[in-house]
Design a protein around this ligand. Structure first.
Ligand code: GDP
Ligand code: IMO
Ligand code: MG
Length: 430
């Protein structure tokens, strides 16, 4: 019996999960998304084309491999439909290599309206949600009112839908929010359900465990990042699911003792999109330089991402919560034009030096303490092997490893599949 490996983000999302899942897929049999929904935007690039996936796992381009949308995911059939069509245009017929869990919850049109109404009502303290209906859908899930993929196969589906929709409309009235055309949204939603109904719906916990029992390899793909986790993120500026390793257990039905490697992905610096605390955020031209070189604009919403230096206390926290066994460092190439590079090693908090994230991160008393390292000032994007990497870059890697005590086994030096250096292949494919 094999164990499932997990790959997830250690920061505020957009670390490059899509790219690395695609790179690792040839070594797996099943790639399974375990939480989140179309708030995610996972990019992968090969043969000169960039692809962005929102709901479908990033193993989908390897058509000899299977993919699963797990029970922990929330699905908007409209967005799923668009993804299915786009993939078909690119020659990928997902009816052949995609399963959908019957227990995954559906995002209704009124969930999206509720998301927008809730954000509008918050004014300046808004979360900066992607407005895909994520929060309201998970609220209905935990509130035991949700509608699941499996319900679409039952005879009382329409009744269930109307009951929940009417309840939502009452709530929307309370918000006094009127900027929507529900008829149009519902029409598109029901049309899209037809596409969902053509996909293979499964009791996914059995499927995943059968793969493991047959000694096949499963990779669980996370969405968002640890600092957006509903329990351990910068609450309330978080998403509404468990983005951490534990989320792979509940989002797929994998027992905790059946988790194998945990790949933690981080950028060589930090970004965040949406509101909320970000201790190392740069408001100056250095932040702008990171944004421009790193093309830091959201894959789902196009919003500019906030940028800052790498935050080691936050990274250590994410490693602890997830039980990360190996690290993957992304976008190293973006730092190539910086003479000096800063890394936050601790915070000054109420006059004291601390190396952890305190409970109160909202009132602005947290000040990063930096160590300054020499930049490498060398283009990394053409480097394919460890021997080609400049010494100053290797020092940057060693510094991080010494600080966090987990090996960095994969380095990414550009967006393309091929721009990936496997630093310790014996660990990656152990
Ligand atoms: P995800 O949500 O974690 O899958 O990440 P996103 O796809 O939202 O954001 C990562 C962005 O960085 C995408 O535009 C990728 O194409 C790009 N990218 C990934 N790895 C690298 C890298 O090593 N260098 C550069 N320059 N870009 C990268
Ligand atoms: P991937 O998987 C980056 C952020 C939003 C907002 C907060 C809550 O591509 O890394 P939500 O729509 O979930 O209610 O938004 O979380 N957010 C993400 N930021 N990457 C993502 O996904 C994100 N998904 C949600 O910007 O601040
Ligand atoms: Mg993304």
């Amino acid at each position: 019996m094999s164990k499932a490996d997990v790959l997830l983000g250690l920061q505020w999302g957009d670390e490059g999960k899509g790219k690395i899942v695609d790179v690792l897929t040839p070594h797996y049999d099943l790639i399974a998304r375990f939480q989140g929904g179309p708030n995610a935007g996972h990019s992968l690039e090969f043969e000169g084309t960039k692809h962005v996936l929102h709901t479908i796992p990033s193993g989908i381009f390897h058509t000899d491999k299977q993919n699963l949308i797990g029970n922990g995911v929330v699905i908007d059939p409209i967005i799923l439909n668009r993804e299915v069509e786009k993939l078909l245009e690119k020659g990928v017929d997902v009816t052949k290599n995609l399963f959908v869990s019957r227990k995954a919850h559906l995002i209704l049109p009124t969930h999206r309206i509720l998301d927008a109404a809730s954000e509008a009502s918050k004014g300046l303290s808004k979360i900066g949600s992607t407005l895909k209906g994520i929060g309201p859908t998970y609220m209905d899930k935990t509130g035991r009112n949700g509608i699941r993929v499996g319900d679409t196969e039952l005879s009382d589906f329409k009744d269930k839908y109307e009951f929940l929709r009417n309840k939502h409309l009452e709530l929307i009235r309370l918000y006094d929010y009127t900027e929507f055309d529900l008829d149009k949204m519902e029409h598109e939603w029901f049309e899209s359900l037809k596409v969902l109904n053509q996909l293979s719906k499964v009791d996914s916990e059995h499927l995943v465990n059968t793969y493991l029992q047959q000694d096949q390899k499963v990779l669980a793909e996370g969405a968002q990042g640890t600092l957006l986790d509903i329990d351990f993120g910068s609450y309330p500026f978080v998403t509404s699911s468990n983005t951490i390793t534990a989320g792979a257990c509940t989002g797929l039905g994998i027992a905790p003792n059946r988790i194998g490697e945990v790949f933690g992905i981080f950028k060589a610096y930090c970004t965040r999109v949406g509101s909320g605390p970000f201790p190392t955020e740069l408001y100056d031209e250095t932040g702008e330089k990171l944004r421009q070189i790193g093309r830091e604009f959201g894959s789902t919403t196009g919003r500019p991402r906030r940028c800052g230096w790498l935050d080691l206390p936050a990274l250590r926290y994410a490693i602890m919560i997830n039980g990360v066994t190996q690290l993957i460092m992304m976008k190293s190439d973006v730092l190539s034009e910086f003479k000096t590079i800063k890394i936050c090693t601790a915070y000054r908090y109420n006059g004291e030096l601390i190396d952890y994230i305190p409970y109160d991160i909202l009132s602005g008393k947290l000040e990063p303490v930096y160590t300054e390292l020499r930049g490498w000032m060398t283009d990394l994007t053409q480097c394919a092997r460890m021997e080609e990497l400049p010494e100053a870059f290797l020092s940057y890697i060693r510094f991080i490893e010494e600080q966090v005590k987990v090996p960095i086994t994969i380095l990414s030096v550009g967006p393309d599949r091929s721009q990936t250096i496997l630093r310790k292949p014996e660990l990656i494919y152990s």
